[in-house]
Design a protein around this ligand. Structure first.
Ligand code: SF4
Ligand code: SF4
Length: 420
């Protein structure tokens, strides 16, 4: 066969494969191998190689989702001083049609048998009526595809009532409260529109919440003003009955000095010691970061835009809700709208973040995922370029995990010795 006719023959095969995979979206690679052998008289080995190449190419183009964040509204009943929602239109609310289209996107692109929907805002409980329509729709649509939906809701906790708690318990919707610590720390920023603190209102509800959700999680955001109170804030929340924690610094525009990060690290170690002390005494408590192995590494880049997407109230799609909170269009990275179509190709850098890894991360020997895309953008103007602040927080986090592992392995001398 001449070079020219061989080229034409290969083009013919490529065209055929394109048409075959396009018209059979759930094709079997084995079937395609057999078809190629029969139609083009090629051996099983060559047919297998061709199918492998096709599979790799298609995998790059696929968007395989595990989770979606639905920003039900940009409205909120509070005016927390550090919240990005102040710059948004509080009248923006998600319609049921938009929510359904977002759920359909998740289910159509689901790459796992169980997918997660997080209800977020603004304050998502302002849209409880919408939630009651979204949940049955998603359950039924997932059931038809033999998929399971798990649910989370991130709330400021001030609108919770028993009707909501019952509904969440029945539908297995897991609540995560935003609570920064004790009254002094929490009320520094988390206030009502009239400037009143909200700590008491939430704290009073916790016994009732725990009747419906015994494992109660809190996102404890540590601002630079609260560094020295971190341990006390943790203790106060444990005293209220909180038993799951996500503890993280409030990062945005670069604001932490090296000394502040060092102090944060020292206080985090104190919390770690208290945590193990509580566990030692048989008190149920769980902090995922303290249970992870320091060597566990899932690769460079976070899941945003790869297996997880965020949807704004108007249906705009971004890799993550935190990115939606940024002011610049470049930062938000809108890759389409669930009502009109998502440009999967636009998400390519987030699905293969390693291709955007900056030189300082390439040369770095730490097994780090490269920072939060939203914080990176705020601090360096690029989603994939982390600042020095991020690297230092990573070291703190890694050292804490290392110490935690030592305690888990029996280094009891690191416990806080009943001082909790
Ligand atoms: S520690 Fe810093 S330099 Fe190293 S990979 Fe992480 S972000 Fe990149
Ligand atoms: S690390 Fe940042 S970008 Fe990634 S999911 Fe978390 S908030 Fe979003």
């Amino acid at each position: 066969m001449s070079k020219k006719s061989r080229g034409g023959w290969l083009n013919h095969i490529v065209d055929f494969i394109g048409e075959y995979t396009g018209t059979n979206p759930v094709y079997s690679p084995l079937d395609l191998t057999g078809v190629l052998q029969a139609k083009f008289f090629i051996g099983p080995e060559d047919a297998g190689k061709l199918v492998n190449i096709v599979e790799k190419e298609l995998a790059k183009r696929k968007l395989g989702l595990a989770a979606i964040e639905l920003n039900l509204t940009f409205n909120c009943n509070l005016t927390c001083a550090y919240c990005f929602i102040h710059e948004k239109d509080p009248l923006e609310r998600m319609t049921l049609t938009t929510a359904k289209n977002a759920i359909d996107l998740l289910l159509e692109r689901a790459a796992f048998p169980a997918v997660n929907i997080t209800l977020i805002g603004g304050e998502p409980l302002l849209e409880f009526d919408l939630i009651k329509q979204i949940v049955p729709y998603a359950q039924a649509a997932a059931g038809k595809r033999s998929l399971t939906v798990t649910w989370s809701v991130t709330t400021n906790g001030t609108l919770i009532n028993e009707e909501i708690l019952k509904y969440f318990a029945i539908n297995k919707i897991n609540m995560l409260l935003s609570m920064d610590g004790g009254e002094k720390t929490h009320d520094r920023y988390r206030r009502t529109k009239s400037g009143k603190g909200t700590w008491h209102k939430i704290a009073e509800m916790i016994p009732l919440i725990k009747m419906y959700q015994p494992w109660l999680g809190v996102r404890m955001t540590v601002s630079t003003e609260a560094i020295s109170d971190m341990r006390d804030d943790f203790k106060q929340l444990v005293g209220l009955g909180v038993n799951q924690f996500i503890i993280a610094p409030a990062q945005g525009a670069m604001c932490w000095s090296k000394e502040q990060i060092r102090q944060y690290g020292l206080n985090l170690v104190d919390i770690l010691r208290d945590y193990h002390e509580l566990k030692h005494r048989g008190i149920p408590i769980f902090i995922e970061e303290f249970e992870k192995d320091e060597n566990e590494y899932t690769g460079w880049g976070c899941r945003a835009g790869s297996t997880s997407l965020a949807v704004a109230p108007n249906g705009d799609v971004s890799p993550c809700s935190k990115l939606l909170g940024l002011t610049s269009a470049e930062g938000k990275y809108i890759a389409g709208n669930v009502n009109t179509g998502v440009d999967v190709n636009m998400l390519e850098p987030f699905r293969n973040p390693i291709t955007r890894q900056p030189r300082h991360c390439k040369q770095c020997t730490r097994k780090c995922s490269g920072g939060c895309y939203a914080v990176n953008f705020e601090q360096t103007g690029d989603h994939f370029t982390a600042s020095e602040e991020n690297c230092l927080f990573w070291v703190v986090c890694q050292e804490t995990k290392r110490l935690s592992k030592m305690i888990r392995m029996g280094a009891q001398s690191y416990l806080s010795g009943g001082k909790f």
